[in-house]
Design a protein around this ligand. Structure first.
Ligand SMILES: Cc1cc2nc3c(=O)[nH]c(=O)nc-3n(C[C@H](O)[C@H](O)[C@H](O)COP(=O)(O)OP(=O)(O)OC[C@H]3O[C@@H](n4cnc5c(N)ncnc54)[C@H](O)[C@@H]3O)c2cc1C
Length: 385
């Protein structure tokens, strides 16, 4: 197992809670070195794979040189896109949020900080904003779009998130980005594209990921945004599979190729691909889900939304008080995805309707189904005496 980071497996999903100050550093780790030794896993940390030869079945790494493989898994994930603006390169206190080291850098800076600026209208932007606000910093959240998750939420959904952010004391700046940064007495002056200015102690950016596929250029491995696989997570190269964020896999449920940037998907991919690498040939069938806090509320994204499938049609139910929102996505007569904010009731029913591909005639009737009480799990049948 080859990885270029200096740490044994840690949970990226725990990083926001560590940043918020509610989780100790030690609790972010999932595995230690002893576990790998006990399980006879040769883990090479701080080691970068710089070349793969699929004909010779060899991997070249630095340090360490070449090793050969019988079967290979590519799970290289993505790296965060840096802020490209004048003054950004090498700026102190400007952070991405993907790695443990970045989280540690921010945790060290927070006690000396009063004002934070965040750029990014998706989940990483949200996590940074929430953590800074939770730590009591004056927090400004900038995003290029007119509202959070602008491709998946509509105006009403955007408004619910705005209300939740304002409840948490966050200052929102829509249709705004960072034009340039200037260093000023140990702080960063942030100048926006539409008139925003602030002198910040820290700046966080969540501008998406670039998949780590550069090393496969010219090797014949089929890639697009990520590494292309079929429904078995097999690539076009013999004895090579791909999983996790980097895998652009054929999804049997939505019947198209796509990538999922979620922990659950990566974990399930890993478990599934292990079986296939050991000789099984089972398709990966799972409705993708993403669940997260949303300030003092919750958000859940399931299946396919207009982010991935702009032609999907949607129906919405919203209650501004107490900040509940449901958006259901359809392709033809099939429910293919949903976003719930606030009350999570009906989540199981949504997943069931998506995976069973049940034909639905009256789309709004689904809201009634979601409001029904959920059945408790069946009790085991009593054994007759
Ligand atoms: C702050 C944060 C919060 C998140 N919150 C959530 C959440 O609430 N819910 C959720 O579902 N998901 C969340 N995610 C996403 C989730 O963490 C990812 O989907 C998951 O970590 C992907 O796992 P992976 O193994 O595919 O890739 P990664 O975790 O990206 O791991 C890939 C590893 O490969 C290494 N690598 C890449 N190329 C090479 C090379 N050539 N040689 C050696 N090593 C290499 C990388 O450095 C990295 O260590 C969050 C992510 C972040 C950053």
């Amino acid at each position: 197992m080859i990885d270029d980071e200096p740490y044994t497996l840690y949970n990226r999903v725990s990083l926001p809670r560590y940043l918020r100050g509610v989780l100790l550093e030690q609790r972010v780790y999932v595995r230690d070195m002893e576990w790998h030794t006990k399980n006879r896993i040769d883990l090479r940390l701080e080691t970068k794979v710089d070349q793969v030869n699929f004909d010779e079945k060899t991997v070249h790494m630095e340090p360490g040189g070449e090793i050969s493989y019988d079967r290979l898994l590519i799970a290289t994930g993505g790296r965060p896109n840096p802020l490209r603006a004048p003054g950004a390169e090498g700026a102190p206190y400007l952070f991405n949020f993907q790695y443990f080291d970045e989280a540690k850098g921010m945790v060290a800076r927070i006690p000396e900080s009063k004002v934070a600026v965040v750029l990014g209208g998706s989940f990483i932007g949200y996590e940074l904003t929430e953590a800074f606000a939770h730590r009591g910093l004056e927090t400004h959240w900038l995003m290029r779009g007119p509202w959070f998750l602008r491709r998946a939420l509509d105006l009403e959904g955007g408004k619910v998130i705005t209300l939740l952010a304002q409840d948490a004391g966050v200052h929102l700046h829509y249709d705004e980005a960072i034009d340039r940064l200037e260093r000023s007495n140990g702080q960063l002056k942030v100048i926006g594209t539409k008139g925003f200015t602030a002198t910040a102690d820290m700046v966080g950016v969540g501008l998406g990921l670039t998949m780590n596929i550069d090393i496969f250029e010219g090797t014949g491995l089929e890639t697009n945004v990520g590494v292309k696989t079929n429904e078995f997570l097999e690539t076009n190269m013999p004895d090579v599979w791909s999983a996790g964020d980097v895998a652009e896999f054929y999804d049997v449920v939505s019947q198209r190729h796509h990538r999922m940037g979620t922990w659950d998907n990566s974990l399930n991919h890993g478990r599934h691909v292990a079986k296939n690498m050991l000789g099984a040939k089972e398709p990966y069938i799972e409705v993708p889900t993403y669940a997260s806090g949303m300030f003092n509320s919750n958000i859940s994204v399931m299946g396919v939304t207009t982010e991935e499938e702009p032609d999907a049609e949607a129906v919405v139910e919203v209650e501004y008080e107490p900040r509940n929102y449901k958006r259901l996505f359809f392709l033809g007569d099939k429910l293919v995805g949903a976003i719930l904010v606030g009350k999570m009731k009906g989540r199981k029913k949504v997943l069931e309707l998506i995976s069973s591909r049940t034909p639905i005639e009256d789309r709004r009737k689904v809201f009634e189904l979601l409001a029904l009480p959920e059945l408790p799990p069946k009790a085991p049948a009593a054994t007759p005496e």
